[in-house]
Design a protein around this ligand. Structure first.
Ligand SMILES: C[S@@+](CC[C@H](N)C(=O)[O-])C[C@H]1O[C@@H](n2cnc3c(N)ncnc32)[C@H](O)[C@@H]1O
Length: 214
């Protein structure tokens, strides 16, 4: 196992379902981050394919002009997911209690995860599940910034630098059999922290770590 027990701990150890009980109709990252992510999806996702948005909410970052065969959503709050117009179907599941996904082997072309990987306490099991449900050649894209619900992020994430977090997600992929060597895309402005301080778009650093199923 990649992480030890201490690295998996959260400052708020209560059941995550309680934390996500009330819907949050907010966006968790700024416009610059979302534009970067949507462009990455435009570049890497095939039209008319099957996509899983893992750890989703009421907003989709998929390019609005691209049609997909099926977009499956997963998250922790049914009201948020019900408002997400891109989802054809969704399910609610606490991955820290039940990492097994109720989805068939090799049934998706892409698995997406946005600004959420830091909340996974059993990332090894979740990444193995992501690999299981991907078709050969399918892609998994985990993107994140430096924002988080601090009390719900695991210690391994909280205690690391941004570079450490990129390395951690690379390791999640690398230790899962059947993934290609992970690729990293990032966009961090030299003045990110100043922009972020003033709430200006372009302030949120963008990181995506992705790999394909072999
Ligand atoms: C910051 S939000 C990001 C939502 C969405 N991906 C987006 O880009 O707006 C974090 C999400 O992680 C998911 N999440 C947090 N803890 C979880 C857990 N224990 N099991 C499953 N999902 C969880 C919830 O769906 C929550 O909406």
């Amino acid at each position: 196992m990649l992480l030890d027990a201490t690295q998996r701990t959260k400052l708020d150890p209560s059941n995550d379902l309680l934390f996500y009980d009330a819907p949050r109709f907010v966006t968790h990252v700024d416009e610059g981050f979302i534009e970067q992510l949507t462009q990455l999806y435009r570049d890497r996702l095939s039209p008319n394919s099957r996509v899983l948005d893992l750890m989703s909410s009421w907003v989709s970052h998929l390019p609005s002009e691209v049609a997909f065969d099926h977009v499956e959503g997963h998250g922790m709050n049914a009201e948020e997911l019900a408002r997400n117009k891109r989802l054809d179907h969704y399910f609610v599941q606490n991955l820290n209690e039940t990492p097994q996904l109720p989805l068939e082997d090799a049934s998706f072309d892409a698995v997406l995860n946005t600004v959420s990987v830091q909340y996974l306490q059993q990332p090894e099991q979740v990444f193995a599940e992501v690999r299981r449900i991907l078709k050969p050649g399918g892609i998994a894209i985990f993107s994140f910034s430096n924002r988080m619900f601090y009390q719900k992020a695991i210690a391994a994430w909280r205690d690391g630098t941004e570079a450490d977090r990129v390395a951690l997600v690379q390791q999640y992929f690398a230790q899962t059999p059947g993934f290609s060597q992970p690729e990293v895309q990032s966009k961090v402005s030299a003045v990110s922290s100043v922009f972020q301080l003033f709430g200006m778009p372009g302030g949120d650093p963008f990181y995506a770590v992705m790999a394909t199923a072999q």
